[in-house]
Design a protein around this ligand. Structure first.
Ligand SMILES: [Zn+2]
Length: 398
């Protein structure tokens, strides 16, 4: 075996690893099957894993072999009640995978980074009807008003969600090359983008500073990621509030300096006193409300100093009304409040840098993914989410 031989074998193996087939031609289909498995929600609380033919890849299209996809609260909501009237639907929007084939017009991702077969990608919003919107439009359009893969009505393509083994990305979609992130980080991009957006909203108050005392209420995935982002930004004085010791100790691993278990304190006065004590006798300069509980919203004002700020991001869906006292809670304290919901395309790209920084400073982000299921067990994965077990649940393809 001479050197040329070895080189050609190495090239062949690399080509196969990239899913290009032994021929090594970009876009070759030697290793691409004729059909793809797609988890279709066919009725409430029931997915069928169905096989569909993989459509021909057009000049602007990208075919991605799915590696994994997080289960979002939105998926659980749709699984349980179909509030968006989408059934039958291919769900899963927090997904990532590898490009196995792409059309000749696709050369760059939505941020201008080169794209090739073998690159790892994620998708974000789809602006088929509004190509003028780019990631540099900042707040111009929030993802809440756009289409995303994993929440599209079923059509002739069928490969529209990330709970599948292949997804078909059509021209007009936003797609990002995230080959420099590991699989767990890529699965966490979407929930992290929600917090990047919330922190950007918080910064508009001009109250959040390096030396701010920040309270984060709620230590589910959203609150925990919030703490990790604040830590990565260099904020050191973070108090986490939750009712579960396990979550509070994880909050410390992700950057909280102190924790308060609300179950240890009877009544809001005692709880506010505990938060104040955790800051060494001071109320918070800024608060992030990360629970979906109206009572928690009403309580959080008591943790904030006069002139402080609040970012409310816990109510992704309607969780009911909260009762506050506008005089005591907002006016007389001159509290600046911002609301936050989903994210913009720009926040999405910022999230990649956050995930790299979090890894660099040793935050154990991967531990947020507490459960991994194969696609064949998707019904169980969603039921686990509905039982509120663990933190982030993910489907990971073998
Ligand atoms: Zn989501």
């Amino acid at each position: 075996m001479d050197m040329n031989n070895i080189e050609s074998i190495v090239q062949q193996v690399l080509a196969e690893m990239r899913g290009m087939g032994a021929s090594g031609t970009s876009g070759g289909s030697a290793s691409i099957p004729a059909t793809a498995k797609v988890a279709m929600l066919t009725q409430k609380e029931h997915f069928d894993v169905k096989e569909f033919p993989i459509p021909p890849v057009g000049d602007d299209d990208i075919l991605v072999k799915v590696e994994g996809c997080g289960v979002c609260g939105t998926d659980a909501h749709e699984f349980k009640r179909d509030p968006f009237n989408l059934i039958p639907v291919a769900l899963g929007h927090e997904g990532t995978g590898e490009i196995v084939k792409m059309g000749k017009n696709v050369t760059k991702d939505s941020a201008g980074k080169p794209l090739k077969v073998g690159d790892k990608v994620v998708t974000c919003m789809i602006f088929k009807d509004n190509p003028d919107i780019t990631m540099f439009d900042l707040n111009k359009q929030n993802v809440g008003g756009a289409d995303v893969y994993g929440l599209l009505p079923d059509d002739d393509y069928h490969l529209n969600g990330w709970f599948s083994d292949y997804i078909f990305i059509r021209g007009g979609s936003t797609v990002f090359n995230v080959s420099d992130l590991d699989l767990d980080s890529r699965i966490l991009i979407e929930p992290c983008a929600v917090l990047i957006h919330a922190v950007e909203r918080a910064k508009t108050t001009n109250i959040l500073r390096f030396n701010s005392r920040v309270v984060v209420q709620g230590c589910g995935p959203i609150g925990l990621i919030c703490i990790a982002i604040l830590k990565t930004m260099g904020i050191q004085n973070i108090v986490a509030v939750d009712g579960e010791e396990k979550r509070l100790s994880f909050a410390k691993e992700l950057g909280a300096s102190q924790t308060v278990n609300f179950k240890d304190h009877k009544g809001i006065e005692a709880l506010a006193g505990a938060v104040e004590a955790a800051f060494g006798g001071h109320l918070a300069d800024f608060a992030f409300q990360c629970t979906g509980s109206p009572v928690a919203h009403a309580n959080i004002y008591k943790f904030i100093r006069n002139g402080g700020g609040l970012c409310e991001l816990g109510f992704f869906i309607n969780g009911g009304d909260a009762t506050i006292n506008p005089h005591f809670d907002i006016c007389s304290k001159e509290i600046t409040t911002v609301g936050s919901w989903v994210y913009t395309l720009r926040d999405y790209a910022t999230t990649f840098d956050f995930l790299k920084s979090a890894k660099d400073i040793g935050l154990p982000m991967s531990k947020l993914i507490t459960h991994k299921f194969p696609l064949s067990q998707i019904n169980e994965a969603l039921q686990t989410n509905l039982r509120m077990e663990g933190l982030k649940i993910a489907i990971v393809n073998e």
